[in-house]
Design a protein. Structure first.
Length: 83
């Protein structure tokens, strides 16, 4: 099962607050493994991009690195080449 459809499902969660219905949108964060699968890159290449400060934006909490999905989408689109 792919993680991307599961992430999209979370984006569409709806929370009821009192009598109002509020759509809660929390941009999901992907692990290195999930981000490399989404981008089609190897973990080593993503590491090299991070080290050279040329890769997509990320959060680092101690040793844990997380990539916001919306930032990955934007970064991928910025690096898209027309054939």
């Amino acid at each position: 099962m792919s993680t991307i459809p599961a992430i999209r499902d979370k984006l569409n969660e709806v929370t009821v607050v009192g009598r109002e219905v509020t759509k809660v949108i929390i941009p999901p964060k992907l692990t290195i493994k999930q981000a490399t699968a989404y981008l089609g890159l190897s973990p080593k290449f993503l590491f090299e991009l991070r080290k050279a400060e040329e890769g997509p934006p990320y959060y680092q909490f101690r040793r844990k690195i997380l990539y916001p999905l919306d930032e990955l989408v934007a970064w991928r689109e910025e690096h898209r080449r027309e054939a």
